[in-house]
Design a protein around this ligand. Structure first.
Ligand code: FAD
Ligand code: DLZ
Ligand code: SF4
Length: 508
């Protein structure tokens, strides 16, 4: 054997850098389902099912091109537990001249792979061209800047890839159309049924394997309907462009009872495991704009998520690792309340967000940020528990994208690297953007006391608890001025409502 190409479960693309120069006569691909990856956290069952089924389908598509593939299934008797054991075993049997791989997306796995450089078989670790900004490019942009604001990074990316540009100006003379976006939901919205794929024989086999081997993992497999092939993922993208893109921007932040999908794209699962590439998603949206199939506010809003946020988040991750995992700027120490696992809470917004996470391994951005993340921020849950939860429960979760979103965006654990102030909000925000409060036992209009929405007093209690570090932040000045204007009596009532509530959820 000449080259052995090791392909990981989130690298399911035939355009992968490690496949450049592949010679089917001389080279071979290695893929393996390994227990360590499936259990380093107890991933949602649907996440494991997606990855294993997509890996098996990908291997099949390679074999259809007459590529030789060594594929280790988890349920084979001879299967080995981790990437290193699998690689060493295959090297011993097949004696390749060289091992080639595309760099892993996560720090943890890159560290493991670096140890392979000590083997006698040479190893070629190539850059991952699926991302649109290289790590070096991001570092160059970030170094020497006081603030790493996504907006400026995004503008550079628009120019670099000539996306929604008219010469050197943004189309519509604005980089950002958010004043037209982020509307509250209206009654009677016509929300399309989500794109869904009926499991085929390969997926059925994987679903059975996951149910048997990972029965104690979070989540349910009952409603699994994800695409697990390249064609399926392209169909999902096409479905979004046709049915949801036009209203994506307008209702990007809206939340509705029993409506998990709304007008979002639901493509992060596919982007993050390699079944879709970011540039093709961006170009599909841009084309819809030029063909008058979607307005600029929707198209720009969607493109910003992928060309801006996704690349920026990945850049921050590699710029800040390994220290980023341990940051806890607000010194939050509380455990994760049980309802994050079972949805058993009277707080309707949290109950809905957790319930759909159990059912679909999916929640949209505002549910993650302003409901689940906001609550964890306000009550001071230790970032290590919050990160672990987010890494477990979403089918699109890999540390490179989960960690900056959780520690940086939701928890302000990085003290302002990613956001200039915490995304803390009271019940008023959730009430404005959803119909959850109408279906809740708590009253969003009440500020304190047993019937009041907990987000209301927890918000002020959070500001009070963290005033030493947050009051200095210029973007928090107005809110602290409002807090200082409150009477001592009101502050005491807030504190006592918060204390009773926290005592109950943390069993003190
Ligand atoms: P859409 O709303 O349709 O957006 C389109 C695409 O833009 C997404 O598919 C995604 O690829 C990209 N995108 C949008 N926002 C972000 C962002 N902040 N960071 C990176 N990409 C973005 N995204 C993940 O892919 N994996 C995670 O583990 C993850 N964890 C998150 C945790 C928290 C606390 C928060 C606040 C956000 C997290 N996000 C994560 C970002 C975002 O919520 C999801 O990408 C999005 O909800 C996926 O659903 P969608 O495909 O329908 O996205
Ligand atoms: C997420 C995941 C899971 C559950 N299982 C596997 C696996 O068995 N084999 C594999 O190659 N990849 C898996 N993955 C995806 C990896 O965790 C992902 O490729 C790493 O995060 C790369 O850094
Ligand atoms: Fe959530 Fe408060 Fe609204 Fe209830 S009232 S749904 S707890 S924001």
């Amino acid at each position: 054997m000449r080259h052995l190409i090791y392909i990981f479960g989130d690298q399911l693309s035939q355009n992968l850098s490690s496949l450049e120069g592949f010679d089917p006569q001389k080279d071979c691909i290695l893929m393996a389902e390994v227990l360590t990856e499936a259990t380093y956290v107890k991933h949602h069952k649907q996440k494991i099912a997606l990855i294993f089924s997509a890996m098996r389908h990908f291997a099949q598509s390679l074999r259809e091109k007459n590529y030789s593939v060594i594929y280790k299934k988890l349920d084979e008797k001879t299967h080995l537990n981790d990437f290193t054991a699998v690689l060493n075993d295959v090297i011993q049997t097949h004696q390749p001249e060289k091992v080639i791989l595309t760099e892993p997306s996560e720090y943890r796995v890159l560290e493991e792979v670096k140890l392979w450089q000590k083997n006698s078989t040479p190893i070629d670790i190539r850059q991952d061209h699926r991302f649109l900004a290289t790590k070096a490019q991001f570092n160059q942009w970030a170094n020497g800047r006081k603030q790493l604001r996504m907006e400026y990074f995004y503008r550079d990316m628009r120019r670099q890839y000539n996306i929604l540009m008219s010469g050197d100006k943004p189309i519509g003379d604005q980089w950002n159309f958010d004043q037209e976006n982020r509307q509250p939901p209206k009654a009677g919205l016509d929300i399309p049924q989500p794109f869904s794929v009926k499991p085929d024989a390969i997926t059925h086999e994987v679903l059975e394997l996951v149910e048997n081997k990972f029965s104690d993992h979070f989540g349910s497999l009952d409603q699994f309907h994800m695409a697990t092939t390249r064609q399926g993922a392209l169909d999902a993208l096409d479905f979004f462009i046709k049915h949801n893109l036009a209203l994506f921007g307008t209702y990007q932040d809206a939340m509705l009872m029993d409506e998990p999908w709304l007008y979002h794209s639901h493509i992060s699962f596919y982007l993050n495991c390699g079944l879709l590439e970011p540039l093709e998603c961006i170009q599909a949206a841009e084309k819809a704009y030029h063909n008058d199939n979607a307005p600029i506010n929707a198209v720009e809003g969607f493109i910003r998520q992928i060309l801006g946020w996704r690349e920026y988040i990945r850049g921050i991750y590699w710029h800040m690792m390994p220290d980023y995992t341990n940051l806890n700027f607000l010194n939050a120490k509380n455990p994760l309340p049980e309802f994050y696992w079972n949805a058993e809470t009277d707080m309707r917004c949290l109950q809905q967000s957790v319930k759909q996470t159990i059912d679909h391994a999916y929640a949209h951005h505002i549910q993650r940020l302003m409901v689940l993340g906001n609550f964890a921020l306000l009550v001071g849950i230790d970032p290590k528990y919050v990160n672990e939860w987010f890494l477990i429960v979403y089918a699109d979760a890999y540390e490179w994208v989960e960690l900056p979103n959780v520690s940086g965006m939701a928890l302000f654990a990085d003290g302002g690297v990613l956001g200039s102030k915490p995304y803390a909000a009271s019940g008023a925000y959730i009430n404005k953007m959803s119909n959850y409060c109408k279906h809740c036992v708590y009253k969003v209009s009440d500020k304190t006391g047993p019937t009041a929405c907990p987000f209301n007093y927890l918000y002020w209690d959070f500001l009070d608890r963290n005033k030493e570090v947050l009051a200095k932040n210029p973007r928090m000045r107005l809110i602290y001025q409002a807090y200082h204007r409150m009477s001592d009596e009101k502050k005491e009532t807030i504190k006592s409502s918060a204390k009773s509530f926290l005592n109950i959820i943390f069993h003190k």
